[in-house]
Design a binder for this molecule. Structure first.
Ligand code: 0O2
Length: 249
């Protein structure tokens, strides 16, 4: 009796085990495929980011050699982390995200931040980059002309650049943020403060930050005036004053 019973039990176990193994192997294969697709997806953005970095660095080198002036203080690039992409998917309420949906709705997966010496440089670089033939401007948010309520200033542009892969050309969106050193200093401190207080910043600090933003703007104006006086740069040689730009063109 025992062996038959055991045999029966063991057959059942084998059937269960086979089913379990099949499911597991299948899910492992699917997970691998998803991982590979996600890596490919992120690589597109990395390539787009590199194209923009190259464009900026060419402009910087050309300025330095031909105009004996470097309007760029520093450039930083970053790819959004998978966690941060997932957070943004949730924040935007994207119910059933697939790669196409993420591509069309999350446009700041690749980001390049260009920190310039003066406000005039910010607009000049923006123009020099966005007027290039292979660059398509999708959205401009001019938080310099229209600062955010908390005092945040920067000129944001979502641009599309072509990336040439073995499979053909691909237009990749890259968010480029242009700002001055003073704006950058303020934004980075504000970011750290919000992080420290998990977004619940005491109101007196919020007020101080708003004051500091005004002080940073005043510093920008004074430094640019000083620079102009010291170098005898007449106004007309600098970039033309920025036209008011519509947020979310
Ligand atoms: P991280 O880590 O810098 O990437 P949208 O993308 O249009 O749906 P979003 O993301 O609000 O909406 O766009 P927006 O207004 O262009 O801002 C995007 C980025 O600008 C932020 O990226 C910050 O880098 C910066 N930014 C905007 N507002 C502020 C601000 O008040 N303070 C600081 N310090 N930075 C700001 P992420 O995705 O928040 O983060």
């Amino acid at each position: 009796m025992m062996p038959i019973h055991s045999g029966f039990r063991s057959r059942t176990c084998n059937v269960d085990l086979m089913t379990t193994l099949q499911v597991t192997e299948d899910s492992i294969r699917k997970t691998r495929e998803l991982r590979d697709e996600f890596q490919r997806f992120l690589r597109e953005y990395e390539f787009g980011m590199r194209e923009v970095e190259t464009k900026i660095s060419i402009l910087r080198d050309e300025f330095t050699h031909d105009h004996a002036y470097n309007p760029i203080e520093h450039v930083k690039s970053r790819l959004k982390t998978p966690d941060s992409i997932v957070e943004k998917i949730a924040r935007k309420g994207i119910d059933e995200p697939d790669f196409d949906r993420i591509r069309s709705e999350i446009t700041d997966i690749a980001g390049v931040r260009v920190t310039c010496s003066f406000v005039a440089d910010v607009y000049q670089l923006f123009d020099l980059l966005t007027q290039q033939d292979d660059v398509t401007v999708r959205v401009v948010k001019d938080y310099i002309a229209q600062p955010k309520e908390n005092g945040y200033k920067s000129l944001h542009a979502i641009i599309e650049v072509p990336v040439f892969l073995s499979t053909g050309a691909l237009a990749v969106p890259v968010e480029v943020q242009f700002r001055t050193i003073a704006m950058d200093f303020w934004a980075s401190l504000e970011h750290k403060i919000y992080y420290k207080f998990s977004n619940q910043v005491p109101s007196h600090l919020v007020d101080s930050l708003t004051d500091a933003a005004a002080a940073a703007a005043e510093l920008d104006t004074r430094m640019e005036r000083l620079h102009r006086e010291a170098h005898g740069v007449p106004r007309r040689q600098l970039a033309p004053p920025p036209p008011p730009r519509v947020v979310g063109v």
